[in-house]
Ligand binder design. Structure first.
Ligand code: NAP
Length: 492
């Protein structure tokens, strides 16, 4: 039996009469996983109305009490970790260890945000006047829309939802169409955890209809969006007409630099995990490998031989190292880029094709792909979002940094070296929101801010201490207990 999900509006699961349905499928074998309502703009309005109605009482709920509900949600996520982890794998295609990791990241973050309910700190600073007290407090923005991609279908929505909720906002959540079952299941957990009706609402359906309706509704005061640059640009410009706050987490073209003095085995393990984990479909995936010329040939040969041994197949099988890519669209786009690479004269070292027949017959499986490329070719500059790594030889550290920075993105970056000076110089010079030393470009931890520079976003950060900033307004408060009119800048 394929489960049928409704919209979750005002605390009730609803299937509007005559609703159109769409389904999600397992990218490894085509199995249908769930059927969902393709919401209309009218239904999106209803969800926003429910969030508007729920907001005052949720805002008035003390933050530690909001935290108690989050803590219960975290407990339920932990209880359901195996089931949800398998669902992530079945709906999106990452291997089971990574599916579980996706859920673990949600657990970590929801727990972290629950604790934030007892901090939620403002500032107290002195007044220039006597008997006057100055402080800031944080207040929720109002109704928040969370619009999310499919590649971390449990973790990314939770980064937004848990931070928005602890801050006192009400939320309308639109998951990626491809991973709607993960989206609906995580909403069920918040429902079970005791969230009051209307505080979290779920609308499923296409970005063009449902996402746009959220962006255009003037009652939605903030949009937290993670996805591609083009969609982000559209969301940002449309929301600008309403002067909405928009938080954008967009693409990446993340480099791993390997200098002559690197521990080669460590750097090899790093690039294998960074480039081919989740079949390269992480915003922080390593998509460029910049190797200093002294070790170039040796390193690339070792890498090619390791990549050829990667076990690709059913992501639920624990011996498998890389699953399918997430959808037909993903498969088509990645194969297109492989064609572009070949046409532009990049040298295909391994992979570069769809895997067919036998265990691959019904899925979107691609061979892990290595290109030896020249900086400037499109595959070295544009986000591919798949298991395709461009290797670029560099003369020295200075050229590595110059090439690393010469792209329009700036999310993650990594350098492998034993030279402490070089490591710190890389931290100074790499144009990226995140720099790892002797570790791959992937590996975010929830207690640290996450985000990027240049076209990776519009300046904000998620998670860590930044999470609360994303979802709150600062109110500045002056309390004058002198009993007389005091004039700042005028009274001596
Ligand atoms: P996407 O196509 O931009 O979609 C993201 C979300 O936006 C989906 O829910 C989508 O709905 C919705 N959407 C589409 N068109 C919309 C519109 N006109 N108005 C409002 N919403 C709209 O991205 P994706 O393919 O799901 O995800 C891959 C991208 O996400 C990559 O570029 C990756 O780098 C980026 N990403 C960034 C981060 C980060 O933190 N920086 C993290 C993960 C992923 P549908 O699913 O219905 O189309």
């Amino acid at each position: 039996m394929v489960e049928e999900y409704g919209l979750f509006i005002g605390g009730e699961w609803k299937v509007p009469p005559g609703a159109h349905r769409y389904e999600t499928r397992n990218p490894a074998n085509g199995e249908v996983l769930g059927r969902f309502v393709a919401a209309t703009p009218q239904e999106v309005k209803e969800a926003v109305s429910a969030a508007v109605a729920a907001f005052p009482s949720w805002k008035a709920t003390p933050a530690p009490k909001r935290g108690e509900i989050l803590l219960e949600a975290a407990r339920l996520f932990r209880q359901e970790k195996e089931r949800l982890g398998r669902l992530v794998t079945r709906e999106m295609g990452k291997i089971l260890a990574e599916g579980r990791g996706d859920v673990q990241e949600a657990i970590d973050f929801v727990e972290y945000m629950a604790g934030e309910g007892r901090r939620f700190a403002g500032e107290t600073v002195p007044s220039e006047l006597r008997q006057k007290f100055c402080m800031t407090v944080r207040q929720p923005k109002g109704v928040v829309a969370a619009v999310t991609p499919w590649n971390f279908p449990v973790a990314i929505p939770n980064w937004k939802i848990a931070a928005a909720l602890i801050s006192g906002n009400s939320v309308v959540f639109k998951p990626a169409s491809n991973t709607s079952a993960c989206g609906a299941e995580l909403v069920r957990i918040y429902e079970k955890a005791g969230l009051p009706p209307g505080v979290l609402n779920l609308v499923t359906g296409s970005g063009g209809t449902v996402g746009s309706a959220l962006v255009d509704d003037p009652r939605v005061r903030a949009i937290s969006f993670t996805g591609g640059v083009e969609t982000g640009r559209e969301v940002y410009s449309r929301a600008a007409t309403h002067l909405k706050y928009v938080h954008l987490e967009l693409g990446g073209k993340n480099p791993q630099i390997v200098l002559n003095d690197a521990r080669q085995e460590l750097a090899l393990e790093g690039v294998l995990f960074g480039a081919f984990g989740s079949a390269g479909q992480r915003c922080t995936a390593t998509s460029r490998l910049l190797v200093e010329k002294g070790i170039y040939r040796e390193f690339v040969e070792k890498l090619r031989s390791r990549v050829e041994k990667l076990r690709v197949g059913d992501p639920l099988d624990p011996s498998i190292e890389m699953g399918p890519v997430a959808s037909t669209d993903q498969e088509r786009k990645i194969l297109e880029y492989i064609g572009i690479g070949e046409k532009e004269g990049a040298r295909l070292l391994t992979g570069g094709r769809k895997l067919e027949g036998g265990p691959y017959a019904k899925g979107h499986f691609l061979a892990p792909t290595l290109f030896e490329a020249k900086h400037g070719q499109r595959i070295t500059k544009e986000e591919i979002f798949g298991p395709v790594l461009s290797i670029i030889p560099v003369e020295d550290f200075a050229e590595a940094v110059r090439v690393a920075n010469d792209v329009e993105y700036g999310l993650s970056s990594s350098i492998y070296t034993r030279d402490l000076d070089r490591a710190y110089q890389a931290v100074d010079q790499l144009e990226a929101g995140i720099t790892y030393v002797n570790a791959p470009t992937i590996g975010a931890e929830v207690q640290l801010p996450f985000g990027g520079v240049k076209n990776t976003g519009n300046g904000g950060r998620e998670a860590g201490s930044a999470a609360i900033e994303e979802f709150t307004e600062i109110k500045t408060v002056f309390i004058d207990y002198s009993g007389r009119l005091q004039k700042a800048q005028i009274d001596a």
